[in-house]
Design a protein around this ligand. Structure first.
Ligand code: SF4
Length: 270
């Protein structure tokens, strides 16, 4: 069944606040709009299959539109503002303006969640400088893993993405977190490769995660927040995940080897 897509002017780019284990009460700003757009199409993406896979930057939602939507928000209900939403926020050409506008209106720290695919672009690295925290996805340790988990556009490869992340890390003045999603336990060799990469990137924090809910197969606008679809829906696809103990053990090992704070969700597991 084809889903109806909202015209941009009917689209509300502000959602939540939603409760996040990483950020507390997080108000979301969706700089991408009603059509999910990203250079990746991750196998676990809660948006379902990405509708527009691209690395082309453009203005998707005007800063004025976002500014208008933010007027209804009481800053007292918000701990942090997060740019994520319907795809990759660094695709938005007005990213720096949106961050500046959110900070001026709400006086809260702004976090950008990015998959890191555009960090090789100096304009993207420069736009992110105004964010208080940038959390960069790093799920893969090779091209093969990148293709299997993140399924990027053809012009992207693992080596150039990692080079972009390292370049960003060397200049970014805010807090840099790396986010890694584990779909299955990593063997000792992969763990050692990951720890070596961490030592080269030197983020301020690492956030390990694993899928905690099934994935929608097709676009669900409400998947920007915390809402969960009814279990048993044919639109839901179960995902592989790792248990809490595995995440915890890996987190302890990363901290032991790098000294970098490594967090993971307190999953409610049966
Ligand atoms: S990078 Fe994020 S938005 Fe893009 S496909 Fe992966 S999970 Fe979805």
């Amino acid at each position: 069944m084809t889903q109806k897509t909202l015209p941009v002017h009917d689209f509300d780019p502000v959602y939540g606040p939603v409760t996040s284990w990483r950020f507390g009460r997080s108000l979301g700003i969706d700089a991408i709009g009603p059509i999910s757009t990203c250079p990746f199409n991750c196998v676990y993406c809660q948006l379902g299959d990405i509708q527009h896979k691209t690395t082309q930057r453009q203005v998707f939602v005007s800063t004025a539109h976002i500014q208008q939507s933010l007027k209804r928000i009481d800053p007292a209900t918000v701990d942090v503002v997060t740019l994520s939403g319907s795809g990759e926020p660094t695709l938005a050409l007005n990213l720096a303006d949106i961050i500046t506008c959110a900070k001026a209106q709400l006086d809260r720290p702004v976090v950008v969640l990015t998959n890191g695919s555009l960090l090789g672009n100096p304009a993207v690295r420069s736009a992110l400088q105004v964010a208080d925290q940038v959390a960069v996805k790093l799920d893969a340790l090779s091209d093969e893993m990148l293709q299997g988990v993140n399924r990027p556009t053809t012009e992207l490869n693992w080596r150039s993405i990692v080079a972009g992340i390292k370049e960003f890390s060397s200049t970014y003045q805010g807090e840099l977190a790396l986010q890694t999603m584990l779909l299955s336990p990593w063997n000792a060799g992969k763990q050692a490769e990951y720890i070596q990469l961490i030592k080269e990137i030197m983020p301020d924090e690492i956030q390990l995660n694993t899928p905690s809910r099934p994935r929608a197969r097709t676009r669900q606008l409400e998947a920007r927040g915390n809402r969960v679809m009814a279990i048993g829906s044919p639109n839901l696809q179960p995902l592989k995940c790792v248990d809490l103990q595995t995440l915890q053990n890996f987190a302890v090992e990363i901290e032991r080897c790098t000294g970098i704070l490594t967090r993971y969700p307190q999953l409610k597991q049966a």
